[in-house]
Design a protein around this ligand. Sequence first.
Ligand code: DX5
Ligand code: ZN
Length: 226
Amino acid sequence: MSIKIAPSVLSADFGRLAEELAMAEQAGAEVLHLDVMDAHFVPNLTFGPMIVKAIRNLTGLKLDAHLMITEPDTYLDAFIEAGADAVDFHLEAFEPSERQQRATAILDRLKEAGVGRGIAVNPDTPVEWVYPYLEQLDSVLIMTVHPGFGGQKLITECLEKISLVKAEAARLGVEISVGVDGGVNLETAAEVAAAGADVLVAGSAIFHAPDPPAVIRGLRSAETAA
Ligand code: DX5
Ligand code: ZN
């Protein structure tokens, strides 16, 4: 399976969003990564379903909504209606006593809506947290920075979670796509690809570069460089 590149629009120029999205599409990105932050789950505030809908109307790329919000369940339908093709939510958003119930309800609703089901795992969270859900998941998003901001340095220790979760998925006989989010750039991509990532999310490395399409191509070739 060849690696997919998911530009994170967090670092895009929103005043020129249509051009930025067209660039990503023409450069061969497969997915757009949309970082939704609520200033509670993370100390930053970005955008909600209204912008997801606007992006939906601007591009044919698949839209992956990464919900860094304390109530992903409350707002889930709004993101589905806005046109998200996949949703990643965080188990860390829930109190332990209600985690399983709320996560299961989200996964059931996503399945019913035909939307991709993903769980994102913070750097300090053991990847084992997602194991009980693997049979209901399409993807796992390994956070290699503490979520909240673009442009941080990749935490290398998190990469071992990729092979761990893949081994558990194989043991269960389920296929799962594993994405890596945070600090992916032309220097780190080969290591991330070698660790087994299926999807590379990259924000600042792409959108802050003088030649973004060249970075998208370079990230893709990381797989062969690894
Ligand atoms: C961080 C977000 C990332 C972010 C990555 O909270 O989840 O998707 O955009 O940005 P870079 O690629 O700049 O590390
Ligand atoms: Zn993200």
